[in-house]
Design a protein around this ligand. Structure first.
Ligand SMILES: Nc1ncnc2c1ncn2[C@@H]1O[C@H](COP(=O)(O)OP(=O)(O)OP(=O)(O)O)[C@@H](O)[C@H]1O
Length: 686
């Protein structure tokens, strides 16, 4: 058995379980080993009730006090007990587990491990794991138990069981980092690290293991990027671009003037596209800074010069939004270019017809999702691709397109405020432009951080804004237990909001489990102001642009990262009306207040990102990754910026000494990079 063996080679994995693993992208032992935990349950020593702090997950040993109660609604039965120790009494609840009643009714000493939250009647432990009798806790005490990202049907236990076996077979895998690099940067060995990331004995082992794996991930990334760059440096610009009067006329007719920053970027793009080499440019700009219009100018430039331009959006909702805006602008400003939409959810017939118009050159500007670069999409003369930073679209896509013999100009848009030093490493293959100025007509968003007692006032405020013709977003409280409950939760919340606000205001909801067509209908209606209040999960966060919306109410703001809150807030303040963001939080903790205060004070993405990092501190690596930027499996470019810089330095040294990686001790690393590059290619064609 080796890393390429199928996972069915492991004990206890039959056909059904294998199918579940495959659904999660795990076919081989190697893929299983790289399926890293998304967090850990830390089984710390039990604390007393008096020491229980809101927001923490703790273990508490105590006596079951009084009767077991089962209440709540039929859909959501709630089992309640009281736990008592010498420092106090704590309420404990479980959802949808009425059968616990019999076990708990026996009374006695028990250990419970769960999250402490604040409810109306004080601190409550929610849905804890039960150790009964309490001595059972000792078996787990002091350990870190992996928590894996799961797809429907696959349990954490199933992954853990398979992983334990895979880790056993690890010695089959050889170290591939060159020994001198491992020594210089003090990195742990591969075997130790893989074992340590899945089943760390203690926190120290976890940190060492993680550091090595993050380094390895960054090193491979940086090396492939440099590899790509050296190949691309030579790419000559085979297109002929001439200035287009229609673009100047278009700019003159727009209801606003471009900001100086936008003008500068547009000039840089024009220079690139008519220059000697193929353009590879990243445009970085804070939320709402007006990146879309700049991208559109690029697309028009391609189209009016007789070429095709394509724009790839990260979600279907966004692709549709761009398609509609661009199509209507072309109509309004008399731009003789034909637009085409291409997304995964279109019917086979619709897609076929779109492919035909793309291949024949009838379509000039093509807007869509991933589908844009799939095998069947053959372009007539594609000269520009605009993409989004998400999912490393830039790198993957270039490889795929190059594989089709097409070498278009590339423009990557990013709203992530990464400091320049990091951007240069991460986008080493791109030139960087920054839009560092917001449109002039903008009024800064007014922020406030409030507790849930303010909810009624917030609703009245939204009512008033709607009466003035404006629109609002409400980000619903999150449900951590499960995705399907999230949908239910949004629906319940919407119902409650309808009851509070009465008829006359159209309120609709949006969540990740809805079908694409349903989401489209809602977003389009919201765009036309037929819906005034949109209740949503965070699916709304990227790029949605409805400038008439002026209120963003975020429930449970304490549960989001600052960067994400900033993105959410960016959905308002996009037009000429004064906008407001209300961060509502049930938490009384000082840390939460301090964090939210940063958003209250500032609307500047760069400042927020740096403050967020400062507050969290470099040791705060447990649990969920914060940014998820660039789709790294383990590394977080913000929190692991030191490791990223180290890996970059190591890559530069390596390539200087051995540019082709052919010297002794480097072959395994080279194989690994080739494997990584082909993985990227594979993901593209799936
Ligand atoms: N120079 C400008 N003056 C006034 N309004 C502008 C200007 N440039 C863009 N806008 C408008 O500002 C709004 C936001 O622009 P856009 O959607 O391009 O932002 P963005 O940078 O893509 O933001 P996000 O990252 O949040 O998607 C749009 O409604 C757009 O029409």
């Amino acid at each position: 058995m080796n890393e390429d063996s199928k996972i069915s080679a492991l004990k206890g994995i039959g056909e059904k379980t294998e199918a579940l693993f495959v659904k999660a992208g795990i076919r081989t032992i190697g893929e299983l080993l790289r399926y890293y935990p998304r967090g850990y349950d830390v089984y710390d020593d039990p604390v007393s009730i008096g020491e229980a702090v809101e927001g923490r997950t703790v273990a508490i040993t105590g006596a079951i006090y009084g009767k077991v109660q089962v209440g709540g609604s039929r859909n959501m039965q709630v089992t309640t007990i009281y736990l008592k120790d010498i420092t106090g009494t704590l309420k404990v609840i479980w959802f949808r587990m009425p059968f616990l009643r019999n076990t708990l009714a026996r009374g006695g000493i028990i250990t419970l491990r769960g999250r402490i939250v604040r409810r109306r009647d004080g601190l409550v432990m929610e849905h804890p794991e039960i150790f009964y009798p309490s001595a059972k806790y000792e078996e787990k005490q002091g350990t870190l138990q992996p928590v894996y990202p799961l797809t429907a049907g696959l349990t954490n236990n199933a992954v853990k069981k398979a992983m334990l076996q895979a880790v056993e077979y690890l010695d089959l895998k050889q170290e591939f980092l060159p020994e001198d690099i491992r020594m210089k940067y003090g990195l742990a060995e591969y075997n130790y690290s893989v074992r340590g990331i899945h089943f760390p004995e203690d926190k120290e082992e976890f940190f060492h293991a993680r550091e090595r794996l993050v380094f390895e991930e960054f090193l491979v990334f940086v090396l492939s990027l440099k590899n790509l760059k050296s190949r691309e440096d030579k790419a000559k610009n085979g297109f002929l671009f001439r200035d287009q009067e229609k673009i100047d006329a278009f700019l003159g007719a727009l209801p606003y003037e471009l900001t100086n920053a936008q003008k500068k970027v547009w000039l840089e793009m024009k220079r690139d596209m008519s220059g000697e080499h193929i353009m590879s440019r990243l445009v970085q700009g804070d939320v709402g800074s007006g990146k879309t219009i700049v991208a559109l100018l690029g697309l028009m430039y391609a189209g009016l010069n007789g070429y095709q331009g394509a724009m790839m959006a990260p979600t279907e909702v966004l692709a549709k939004q761009h398609y509609e805006n661009i199509t209507s602008m072309f109509g309004q400003y008399d731009i003789p270019l034909k637009t085409e939409l291409l997304t995964g959810s279109m019917t086979a017939k619709e897609k076929r017809e779109a492919y035909e118009r793309i291949a024949s050159g009838e379509a000039d500007i093509i807007i869509g999702t991933h589908a844009l670069i799939q095998e069947k999409a053959q372009y007539r003369n594609l000269a520009l691709v605009v993409t989004d930073e998400q999912h490393r679209f830039g790198v993957k896509q270039r490889e795929t397109l190059a594989g089709k013999g097409v070498m278009p100009h590339i423009l990557v848009m990013s709203a992530t405020p990464i400091p320049r030093t990091l951007a240069i490493i991460l986008y080493g293959d791109l030139d960087i432009s920054v839009i560092d100025e917001l449109p002039k007509n903008r009024l800064p968003i007014k922020n406030c951080v409030v507790d849930t007692g303010y909810r009624g006032t917030a609703y009245k405020f939204m009512q008033k804004q709607v009466a003035e013709g404006r629109q609002c977003y409400v980000i619903c409280p999150m449900v951590e237990e499960s995705e399907s409950m999230e949908a239910e939760n949004v629906i319940d919340y919407t119902q409650m909001l309808k009851e509070s606000l009465g008829n006359g205001i159209h309120i609709a909801y949006l969540h990740g489990k809805m079908k694409q067509a349903e989401k489209d209908i809602i977003m389009e209606a919201f765009g036309r102001n037929e819906i005034q209040i949109l209740v949503s999960t965070t699916v709304i966060e990227v790029g949605i642009d409805v400038p008439n919306s002026t209120v963003m109410l975020i429930e449970n703001a304490e549960r989001f990262g600052l960067a994400q809150l900033h993105q959410l807030r960016g959905r308002v303040g996009r037009g000429k009306h004064q906008s407001y963001c209300i961060f509502m939080s049930a938490s009384k903790s000082k840390e939460t207040k301090e964090r939210l205060e940063i958003l209250n004070k500032s609307n500047d993405g760069f400042f927020i990102a740096s403050e967020d990092l400062r507050l969290r501190g470099p040791g705060d690596l447990f649990g969920i990754r914060q940014s998820g930027l660039l789709d790294f499996r383990l590394g977080d470019v913000f929190q692991d910026s030191k490791i990223l810089k180290m890996a970059n330095e190591a890559a530069a040294e390596l390539l200087e000494e051995d540019p082709e990686l052919i010297k002794e001790g480097h072959e395994k690393l080279r194989d690994h990079i080739n494997h990584y590059m082909s993985e990227i290619m594979l993901e593209n064609t799936l």
